[in-house]
Design a protein around this ligand. Structure first.
Ligand code: 13P
Length: 332
């Protein structure tokens, strides 16, 4: 029986990473299917998951896949439940357990994440019925000049992330804590860096007051990049300097690992930035393993080719595998 820190370390093993395939029904329909001209609904979502998860050879690049609740009980084309199909390849199935965002009462242009109600019961069911080994909780942090984020948004989101983390560890799984600093906005890279630092400081202050064992948690973070309305394109070296700088200032060495989201970067940007960050991390002896946990940057090229058609599956899988290989290579 592996303990939590062994499970967490295995998820951030060198040269591999985690696929985020945990879009809610609505996000999968709107942002993955409709956005690529594909029909929606449960069967198309199932086919979309099968196109990715049944790709032969993904285990060479993936330690884990984050799933959404609907996918846990769906089956691949081979008739096997998706979590079992992954486990058979040696990939740990994970589950997104938050239930999305709602406006923060004290600052309605910001959000707080829902999902603590009934969480312990859901965790037990996921772990026993589907053998999930890890879980994800996403908070979204908005930047608007110096006005946002408010201290309140950081504190309230950190409290829920910490409560979530403790519950997940009690249930015998690894929590992946994702306070995503959104790319939307006209802010520069240095502002993004400062916000990532504030988010992490508040988060670790809160975690230290609670029961979470830091050696059995994984942090999922944005990179420090200029906002998508800034008109600026940072170089990978700039992104690496400010991303690693922010994390080394704020994330304790005991944390099992740090994974990145792609956040709306193109697949090539997300690959080049990751390569620069991991290179700098080796030069500076960063204390934790760093790798990817991308959704869009891994899926986009495959979705473009697939178009929802069975005959395009082999070509779509080839593109998916090719991107996985590049992203995995960027970590080593
Ligand atoms: P992106 O890589 O598309 O940002 O998604 C990662 C994720 O898990 C967002 O919650």
């Amino acid at each position: 029986m592996m303990n939590l820190s062994d499970t967490a370390r295995a998820l951030v093993a060198p040269g591999k990473g985690i696929l985020a395939a945990d879009e809610s029904e609505k996000s999968a329909d709107e942002k993955r299917l409709t956005a690529f001209g594909i029909k929606t609904g449960p069967e198309m979502r199932r086919k979309f998951r099968d196109m990715l998860l049944a790709t032969p050879g993904i285990e060479e690049y993936l330690t884990g896949v984050i799933l959404h609740e609907e996918t846990l009980s769906q089956k691949g084309n081979d008739g096997e439940l998706f979590p079992r199909l992954l486990a058979a390849k040696g990939i740990t199935p994970g589950i997104k357990v938050d239930q999305g965002l709602e406006p923060l009462a004290e600052s309605p242009s910001e959000t707080i994440t829902k999902g603590l109600l009934g969480l312990p019961e859901r965790l037990t069911a996921y772990h026993t019925d589907y053998a999930t080994g890890f879980t994800k909780w996403r908070a979204a942090i908005t930047i608007d000049g110096d006005r946002l984020p408010t201290a309140r948004a950081l504190v309230e989101n950190a409290k829920r992330l910490a409560t979530y983390a403790c519950e997940v560890q009690k249930a015998g799984m690894v929590p992946l804590l994702e306070p995503e600093v959104l790319l939307d906005g006209a802010h520069g890279r240095l502002r993004a860096r400062a916000v990532i630092e504030s988010v992490m400081r508040v988060l670790f202050d809160t975690l230290n007051e609670q029961c979470a064992d830091l050696s059995g948690i994984i942090i999922k973070t944005s990179m420090a990049v200029s906002g998508n309305k800034s008109g600026r394109q940072d170089t990978p070296e700039e992104v690496a300097e400010d991303t690693l700088g922010a994390l080394m200032e704020t994330v304790p060495a005991e944390v099992a690992g740090i994974v990145f989201l792609s956040g709306g970067q193109t697949p090539d940007q997300a690959t080049a930035n990751l390569a620069a960050i991991t290179k700098l991390a080796r030069e500076r002896n960063a204390p934790w393993p760093l790798t990817f946990s991308y959704a869009r940057a891994l899926q986009e090229e495959a979705l473009m080719i697939w178009k929802g058609e069975d005959e395009n599956v082999p070509a779509a899988r080839e593109a998916f595998l090719a991107r996985l290989e590049k992203v995995a290579a960027a970590t080593s």
